[in-house]
Write a protein of this length. Sequence first.
Lengths: 472, 550, 376
Amino acid sequence: MTVLLTKVRERRSVLKGVLGGSAVTVALPFLDGDLNVNGTALAATGAALPVRFGTFYWGMGHTPGHAITEKSETSKGIGFLAETEALKPFEDDLNFFGAYAMPLDGRSNYTHYTGWVASRTGTAPAHNNDIPAPTFDLLIADAIAGNSRFFTLNANAVGMPRANYSARSTASRAAAEISAAALYQRLFGPEFVDPNNSEFKPDPRVMVQKSVLSGAIEQSRDYIKTLGAADKSRLDEYFTSVRQVENQLALQLQKPPPNDACLVPPAVTEKPMEEVKRIARDMDEVIETHGVMAKLFAMAVACNQTKVFNMAFTDDFANVRRVGETYTHHLLTHEEPLDQKLGYQPLTFWFNKCGSDGFAAFLKEFKSIREGDGTLLDNCLIHAGSETNYARVHTIDGVPFWLAGKAGGRMKTGYHVVGGADPVTRIGLTAMTAMGVPVESWGTKSLKTTKPITEVLNDRATPPPVKTESQG
Amino acid sequence: MSMKLTRLISVCCAALALTACEDPEPKLKGAPPDMRRLTETQYENVISDVFGIDVDVAGRFDPLRRTSGLVAVGAREARITPTGFERFYNAAKTVSERVTDAEHRATLIPCTPADAAKADDACARAFMTQTGRLLFRRPLTTAEADYFVKAAGEAAGANGDFYRGLTTSLASMLVTPQFLFVADTTEADPADKSAERLDAYARASRLSFFLWNTTPDETLMAAAEKGELNDSASLARHVDRMMASPRAEVGMRAFFNDFLALEDFDTLEKDPLIYPTFTLEVAENAREQIVKTIIDHVSRGEDYRDIFTTRKTFLTRALARVYRVPIDRTDNGWISYEFAADQNRYGIQSQIALMALYAYPGRSSAVRRGRAVRELLMCQKVPDPPGDVDFSLFTDPNSPSKTARERLTAHINAPACAGCHKITDPIGLSFENFDGAGQYRLTENEAHIDSGGDLNGAPYTGPEGLAQALRNDPATASCVVNRLYSYAVGRSVEQDDTAVVNFLDKGFAASKYKFVELMRKVALSDAFFTVSKPNTTAAASGEMAVATAH
Amino acid sequence: MRVRSQVLSFASAVVLAAPCFAAETGIVHDRRMGFVVKDWFTAVYETKFMDECPEGVSIANDEVWWRRLSRADKDEQTGNGMIQALNRVGVSFLRGRNGEHVCLEPDSVDDPPQRIVEGKLSFGVNLDGDADGKASAKSCAHENFTHPDGTTGIDNQMYRLVGCTYGWRKDVGTVDMNANEMRNTSGLGLILIDVSEVDNPRNDDDVTVTFYRSVDQWVQDSKGAPLPFQTFNIDVVDGKPRYGDSIKGAIKDGVLTTKNGDVRLPWYGNYVFMHPVIRDLTLRLDIDPSGERATGMVAGYYDVEAFTYYIGSLGAVVPVNGINCSSLIKAARELADGYPDPKTGKCTALSSAFDLLAYAAYIRLPAAAATKTAER
């Protein structure tokens, strides 16, 4: 049947076309039974509950020696220190990855840039504006996000649309949501279909809206034929992106299954735009905005609005201040003198601790939602990290990374993993493996790896049942 | 050609019509046809020009990456992410709802349906083809027109409302690639069968987005339809008409906003405790001031290079406060103003805009300012600092250094830093009389500020000396030529373009550095319209993607 | 150039002199620097245990009224206790013998005398030139204060008058605080101090100080302080300044001190527009080296009539500030120590002193503005 043939071809083309930019090797073989109707996602997870993936970002790393106890080999027990004490209650949900290397093969370390780009794309950037390959959250989204209402959700608490650490290429980086109120509207505004609402009537107007849109896009095929080939590869991405809205419209026409975990949160009050857009804001404001956004993210995931989400607590240049202080977090890392007695920069430490506290606050939202026999966090995998290890001198070896959540039972947790001199890409590969992305290797040059970190992975073939967690 | 002869010719050029003795424009291969995503400003301009409706999409669309010094070049690389498409669709819905609402339909829809509760294909066709021609910047193909009429009809049926039908159809039109990307559509070149050239509509769009930063108007569309834009005499007539239009200022503003990277104002923040005077109004006014100063200067036909020395500018009450001058205006409007010589405000580079942008929230930055002068105004590339510098070495609180000059001496003395800091700091330090908010000062930490500087080995004193040095450095004039050309063709300047850029450079000098002349010359150049053959590799992927979309 | 010359043509002061060094930081333009007054507080010297007011604070009008009511009247006036204290304010004003408003007709009641300052120390200056407080051609007999810094001969009967009234006590009273706040937030009637003929803003032995009223409002920072160096236009009638009295002065190490002169002062606050004449006014302004701010003091003989008018217009400010109009106004007449009426010999003005906080401002004058020097 031609339809089926088309589907197989589609899947290959998507993987080739979309993943092509990143050095991903596709694992074989692929069974058609793994494909859902759109041919883009692996349907057979063996679990009724979907597993979702997210990232959490904060700028400026940790304070070496004051965040996590150094270890010489991988073992159970993370070793929280003062800076990360807020994460202690999540020890059984977390893995910490220390001492991984970020070899650049002679490329420059573009300060506060190379670190996040290399760890998220598997390739060292060629300049401080370069995103050489898709970030791995998008590779995961390509595999699992299929027909979610939102392909990915991106937001930050610092008021900068550009501060989104998820991008397909240099030229393809979505603007992050900076307004909690706008995020609420997007997620739970009038177009949200409440799964627990017993009344459901598909709106024929939405049906027409969807068919008119799809038809118009179909129309533009002829237009494309008149253009040069260079344009067409860009249009590939355009056509893939159209699906975001098509899916949104399609989902408005379907009655979602009832979902106990999904409780529509109260509306978020709108703030004046100049406040939403303010840069170099006080940390208090970042914490407040992040708190609201974290709640919305967790509920959006619980309500199956998205399967992939990216939150930036602060940006890569940490444009955040403390009330009454002049210097931003970033400037402080360079200019605050070391306190000889404490052995670190005290204000910088305070900011770094806010990053860990923010991550804990983010996790708390996911852990507080019950899902199945456990919590939402049990069915998620959340990657957290920064762009530097020691921001004062921009070191990128040993940048701290975390993976939180049991990914529906695919992850073991509670480990402090010591990377030795292994490339940081092993963490990303581990996450992709846990999320069921069919990859054998990831990264380029010295960042290339074929080895997921098996110490924290459960055997994929027989995912153990999700452990029941007591409420955190 | 001997020196003497060159000089003779330039005298001749000054005396006679320029074209009479000018070198002919060098031929270039050109780049393959491509397409540029509408910028946020262009989107707003187009919607405003086509429908008379103001939409604010600032910060909503996928950000364009500044590439080779220009956002306009980044637009050529821009892709549309899933979130980005969602935003375009939301904007499209907003626009189409307003266009067809009760308030606007009378003026924007050229006909009335026989029955407003039903589809009316004739009226829908009139509206969709007329609007489509403006949005797609060419007449709709028959298939396109038929589709949008059919779509309007279906949606009218489902809604029981003719106008809702138009809303739905128009919203879908506003997210098509035909609208969102300005594409170089080509045709066979009748003069050279082996070559391609831009077709008339692509030429109209190129002119219009370059000179006006918006979609072609009716006259230009008509000229394209009649083939007038392929004929050099009538092309000149159209360019002159466009440059005489008030929209030419919109176009020049767009260029200088891009040239000076003024979008950074969107993320500019000053510490209110240190600079209480730097209010939001000051920031907005400062951004406008620098553009206003340049537009006024070049519109009067002054020598472009004098933007680095001029003391003429414009002020509002808010700016006057920061510049510390009395102002003869009681409301929030603008006055023209000339700084006195002893106020040390020479040229656009010493205005609040660049001084505040290239500084920290709570203090000045000689390094950032020096780099901005090199990169923005002289098109020179300054490398990024190495990652392993411990800056706190230079900011030891126990150090006796009071001024930035004393602190930066440490950079210049450290071998790893010296290479770059030698090209940024001597310029930046001559701005030290301007604090992080651009306010004039004589001292820092109670120590006298030495604002001596050095540009490429030629020492000078203070803002006035820098002004002269910038004006007289050939890099500043050739930089704006390079950027304007790059902005016009929407791509970075490559080896192939060098001869044309040199040609434009010479013409700029011959016109006594009249910017408006330069703009005209770019618009009339062959290079502006030249495209090479399309690159035909990997043609399959596009069609494949279409298949995957459904 | 066009607009700048226009600005110059508006300036009244001499323009063509050599630019002074401070022109570079914008403090002085066209040999002039200006200030706009933000805070204007009656100078009140207070001790921790209120030793200066042995009788305590003065008794408010409504309190006096209440105390004099019989039990039956109290019942009637309060609806048997249903009407609370604040609602009795209006009624309590109308307690003159024939129902007169006691703030407008202070002689219509016989109240206990105003509780006045009995301390020996006060801020202010020596206005009458003597240290004994004896009567002279220009003054009536009064008791002098000693400045906390030891200077004797301080004349400040205004302090003696209001210093024990709650409304003028530091941090708790709101008479001046309200007036400042109202002026500052409305931008109405801002007082401008123009210093002209300035050759050097830190040291200049001959400058002229002129007082104007602004017609412009101002922009404030997040803490309510006006942003420095805003331009203010002055109140003009028929092309001439409505105010504009001048005094000569000198600046030494950034401290401006003027001679004495009579100044008609624009004044707005507590909903009262007025223009009290302060005689023998002398100003001291301590100018911050940044040129952005100045603190200082205005001293002079404050007209009793103007004071009476002001108190009579305070309305609701009266009860919340513990003021008894009748006692206060009567005491003002008694305590007046300056400018005896040639017919009656009774003094018509109170020696007084006020603390100022001002911010740098550019003051734009109409071309025809003539400076009239009030120096004597």
